[in-house]
Write a protein that binds this ligand. Structure first.
Ligand code: ZN
Length: 268
């Protein structure tokens, strides 16, 4: 027996929504959408509380209300990250909503949150301002060179050296399906070897990729080219026949700008 997601009363064996309750559900969707837009667009006094007030009753399924919120949130978030110009105030509001409604990365497209979080830093880089970021990287794991200091740290970064997957499209698709075991097993016959997630530290002289207890250092002076991708960057070392390294940071645009910034700090 299914309980109605609107009124929480029994709705018969095959349904979880009374026909009579459907308009309530649709109105909830619509009013949430409207309130969300006005919260994002205006400087007026509309608030998160207004969004939460769209849930019509205690009986209305909390889970389904959250799904309605996620859907509306995603629509806006996708739009904001796809724009060439950076709307930092709206990005902050979207993050605020994600925080208040406890929308986690695994409940939406994970990269939306990563990208929104980088907005203000990317804007600073674009305005030639320096960025300050406090890394909690275990610096004892890395031997820094003279004059080398940390600039940025990415957590849980996937890296691969598989050159047969050098096309951006493949990588975007593949990386967005990392959590999906079915797809993982589907890709296995294609011999994609993906290392476990590591951390990526960017200093003023190099990239350090830390995985378990090993560190791979790529000095800026050894880099031949850097290619921005949707969810990361690909780095080709200047060494002959070297396969490119692909780092899936969740935000290719920001990572690329950051690397240019860091390379500019390399004053050796
Ligand atoms: Zn009902």
């Amino acid at each position: 027996m299914g309980k109605c997601i609107v009124c929480n009363k029994s709705a018969g064996p095959f349904y979880s929504l009374h026909k009579a309750c459907l308009p309530v559900y649709q109105n909830t969707q619509q009013s949430l959408k409207t309130k969300l837009s006005s919260y994002l667009d205006s400087d007026e006094e509309s608030s998160i509380a207004d969004l939460k007030a769209c849930r019509p009753s205690e009986g209305f399924s909390e889970y389904h209300f959250k799904q309605i919120c996620i859907k509306a949130w995603q629509e806006h978030a996708r739009h904001v990250v796809s724009q060439a110009s950076l709307n930092v105030p709206v990005a902050k509001k979207l993050l605020n909503i994600a925080n208040e409604f406890e929308i986690y990365k695994n409940e939406t497209e994970p990269y939306l949150i990563s990208r929104l979080m980088n907005f203000e830093y990317l804007q600073a880089l674009q305005n030639d301002q320096s960025i300050e970021f406090h890394s909690n990287f275990d610096m004892t794991a890395i031997e820094l060179n003279e004059g080398e200091y940390a600039i940025w740290q990415f957590d849980e970064i996937d890296k691969s050296e598989q050159h047969q997957y050098s096309q951006q499209k493949s990588w975007t698709l593949f990386s967005s399906l990392l959590d999906n075991l079915f797809m993982k097993s589907r890709y296995k016959p294609l011999d994609v070897k993906l290392e476990k997630s590591g951390k990526l530290l960017i200093t003023n002289q190099a990239l350090h990729y830390l995985l378990d207890n090993s560190v791979k250092e790529t000095k800026f002076s050894d880099i031949h080219s850097v290619t921005p991708m949707k969810h990361g960057i690909r780095i080709q070392a200047a060494i002959r026949n070297a396969t490119p390294d692909t780092y899936i940071t969740g935000d290719g645009r920001f990572t690329y700008a950051l690397l240019q910034y860091a390379q500019g700090k390399d004053s050796r």
